[in-house]
Design a protein around this ligand. Structure first.
Ligand SMILES: [Zn+2]
Length: 103
């Protein structure tokens, strides 16, 4: 099973092909790939549904922070299927910027 982390850009990122605002299903393998779910502007991971066998210690989950840096996230547009890539920037532990990348 290939793991990743989930990312919810806020504001949503417009599809490079059709302009659809994509807010969910962005993933990255640049971090720990342990199925954490992050939302732009929020310091700690956001609530999600866990399968019992992979659920982490939730106290630790909600205290986790993104390391400062730049990370690549990607998704297929849910409208047109186009591949989209964006860079996210984390400063002072908060994801505060998302930049659509030209493919
Ligand atoms: Zn699209």
């Amino acid at each position: 099973m290939s793991l990743y982390d989930d990312f919810y850009p806020d504001p949503k990122v417009d599809c490079i092909n059709c302009g659809h605002a994509i807010g969910t299903n962005w993933q990255s393998k640049d971090l720990d790939c342990i199925l954490f779910t992050w939302k732009q502007g929020i310091k700690n991971p956001i609530p999600k549904k866990w399968d019992a066998e992979i659920r982490p210690n939730l106290d630790e989950y909600y205290k986790s922070e993104l390391p400062d840096g730049e990370y690549e996230i990607y998704t297929n547009c849910e409208e047109c299927g186009s591949w989209n890539v964006a860079m996210i920037k984390v400063r002072d532990g908060i994801w505060n910027e998302t930049i659509q990348q030209l493919a």
